[in-house]
Design a protein around this ligand. Structure first.
Ligand code: PBG
Length: 330
């Protein structure tokens, strides 16, 4: 043949053995970068499985304490609590009741793990309202931004009194971070940090979460959650939250928004979190259950991709299991 040219540059050289690949790996996932979201349901004596999220349950107060102790033992980055109240009403009263499920669960978990595991709370009304919206409604049935802010401020105080380390406002009301920061500081809770759900999109992938918190949403959330078409707007929301005092900013969901994670990472100087949400979990679990994909490999690849996009920490329902898989690899 003559003239056949062979490559001088051969990227495959560094892929030849596991040790070589490990040496040049650019991205790592560590257990302390993973935050475990958990659901705790009022008035149940046994954990209740969530059908659309195989392996995830609505905890009892007792089983939640065990899960938190395990998470601390595994060296996870934190635990994010969601409350599922027995009764819901138009204004989400259960959210402010000191004996409400989320507030007692925060205290339970803090008593269990102390400072060993950062305890975080979802600060939002949708778990507590009978209409399923993240805020209170005005006379026309629209979500009332400023009236909701007042409830969020009180909710933040209730969580702080219960001992939470970080509150996670997730309702996408304008000004929520500033109002919460001000309320916490005025009550001497200057140590309570804010993990702001900053760029939160109106996503179809939240589906299984609705079952997890027994929510029957009336209508949709498009007047407050972001349009999936917009990335710059996500950056703007993150910058606003930093200006209002957010300690971390979050992009949510993760997988359909990896570009937004990257843009936010490049734009802010605080840690960036990403939420590997219920629908992303359910897709992998469903495909794996059918034997269509290798479950553990898909989990690790998912988490790696979110880190590679720029997330410093990841909220994921696989946190505990992934910590075990990562230790096994290391
Ligand atoms: C709001 C909230 C939601 C999720 C976390 N916080 C639901 C929503 O905004 O519709 C979704 C989490 C998931 O899907 O895993 N309280």
């Amino acid at each position: 043949m003559g003239g056949m040219e062979f490559p001088v540059v051969r990227p495959r050289r560094l892929r030849r053995t596991p040790a070589l690949r490990r040496m040049v790996a650019e991205t790592h996932v560590r257990p302390e970068q993973l935050i475990l979201p958990v659901f705790v349901r009022e008035g149940v004596s046994e954990p209740v499985p969530i059908g659309s999220m195989p392996g995830v349950v609505q905890h009892t107060r007792d089983s939640l304490k065990k899960a938190a102790a395990e998470a601390a033992q595994l060296g996870l980055g934190g635990i994010m609590l969601f409350g599922v109240p027995e009764t819901k009403d138009a204004v989400g009263s259960g959210a402010l009741d000191p004996n409400g499920i989320l507030n007692v669960a925060i205290a339970d978990v803090v008593a269990e793990v102390g400072d060993a595991l950062p305890v975080m709370s979802d600060l939002c009304l949708d778990e507590f309202t009978d209409h399923g919206h993240c805020g209170v409604l005005d006379d026309d049935g629209a979500v009332d931004n400023d009236a909701t802010l007042e409830v969020y401020a009180q909710m933040a105080l209730a969580h702080a009194e219960a001992g939470v380390a970080l509150v996670g406002p997730s309702g996408m009301m304008d000004g929520q971070v500033g109002v919460i920061r001000e309320a916490l500081d005025a009550a001497d809770h200057t140590d309570v940090a804010i993990l702001a759900y900053s760029a939160k999109y109106a996503s179809a992938f939240y589906g299984p979460f609705r079952e997890a918190v027994d929510s029957t949403l009336q209508g949709d959330r498009r007047t407050y959650q972001q349009d999936p078409a917009n990335a710059l707007e996500g950056v703007r929301e993150a910058l606003l939250d930093v200006a209002e005092g957010a300690d971390l900013v979050m992009v949510k969901p993760a997988l359909a928004y990896l570009d937004v994670i990257r843009q936010v990472r490049d734009a802010v100087d605080v840690p960036v979190a990403a939420y590997n949400i219920s629908g992303e979990y359910a897709m992998v679990e469903a495909a794996a259950a059918n034997g269509w994909i290798d479950r553990e490999a898909a989990i690790l690849e998912t988490l790696l991709s979110i880190r590679r996009a720029g997330a410093d920490v990841i909220l994921t329902y696989w946190a505990a299991e992934a910590a075990g898989l990562l230790r096994g690899q290391g």
